[in-house]
Design a protein around this ligand. Sequence first.
Ligand SMILES: [Zn+2]
Length: 363
Amino acid sequence: MCVQVRMFARLARSFGPSFARIALGLLAVGSIAAVAPGCATETTGDDGSTGEDDYTRKKGKLSLLVTVDWEGRDLRDDNLAAMQHLHARFPQVKIIHFLNAGYYTKQGANAADVTARINRAIQPGDEKALHIHGWKRLFEASGLTFRASPTFWGTSLNANGRECIDSDCGHEVPISLYTTDELRKVVKFSLDTLETNGFGRAKSFRCGGWMAKPNVRDAIAAEGLTYEHSAVPTVFLEPKLGTMPVYGWLSELWQGTTNVSQPYTIATASTPLTEVPDNGALADYVSTQQMMDTFEANKAAFLADRKKNVVVSVGFHEETAASYVPQLEAAIERMYAEAKAEGLPFESVTSEALTVTAAPPTH
Ligand SMILES: [Zn+2]
C-alpha cells in the first residue's frame, strides 16, 4: 500500500469514515493520484486485496449494542444475578452500563457495598457510562434545589412527603426541568462520584426517561461526555406510555427516530455529541420478537450496503433485570445464530467503536 493510502487509513481511524470517504474521493478523482499513480487503483477495489483493516477493504459490520440503565433505585440480588447470567451465557457480549450515582446518595448508603454490588454485573470489556434520573437526594447532594413537577405522568411530587423524607423520590421527574448550569452540577457530581468509586470517567450518557432535551445535551457536552444514547423510537413506548405526558414529550423530542436510525452528529452549545439511537428500545417495552424485528430491519440495511457499519441497540434496566433479561437473552441467541448461519460480520461493541454513518433525522 502506498504511503498516501496508509496515511488516509490512519487518519480514517482517527477521524472516522466520513473523513476517509472524502479523502478517498479525492484519490478517485485524481487530485492526489496524480502525485502518486497507482494508489487510486490500489484502494478502489471491493475485493479486500489491500490486506488492510475493514474500512480500507470497504467492509462494514453489523454491530450489537447491549445496554442497561441503572435507575438508581436499588441493587437487588435477583436482578444482579440475572445480569451475571447474561454475561455467563454470552461471554462475547459487551454491555454498556449507564450507571447511576443515585445509589450512593440514598439514605444510609454504604459506598463500599454499593460499589461491590454494581461490580457483580460488570465484566472486563464492558463500558461504564452515565445515567441520571431526577432523584431528590442526588440533586441535593449536587448542591441543587429539588424540583417536584411535572413528572413523566403529569403529577406533582410532595417533596415534604414521607417517601421523599424517609428514603428518596424523584425518579419520575425529568431532569430536563433544570437549567443547563444546574444540570452541569449534577452531571459533574455523578461523574466524580462514579470515578471516585472506581468506575472511571464516563464518556457516554443516557438520560432518565430518554428526556435528553437540548439543555441536557448542552450540559453533558460541557462536562466532557461524547456519546448520547437517548434517541428512541417512541412507537415501542406507545402501548405502556401512550396516555402519559412523557410519551408526548418524547414523540416531539425524538421525532423521526425509527428502529433503523443510526448514529449521527448532534450540535450543542459547545462540542458536538454523537447521538446513538436506542433503536431497539429496552426490554421492558419490547418483546423478543420485536427485538428480532429490529435486528432484521437493520440487517436488511446492512445487506443493502455492506460498506456501512449498521448498529442494533437493545437493552434493559438493572432494577427489572430478573423479569426482562430472559426475553433479551432469547433475542441475542437468535441474532447470533442467524448471523452465524448467514456468515454476517456481527459483533458486540461499545460506544468507542461507533462511527457516525447517518444524517440526523429531519423534523
Ligand atoms: Zn432510567
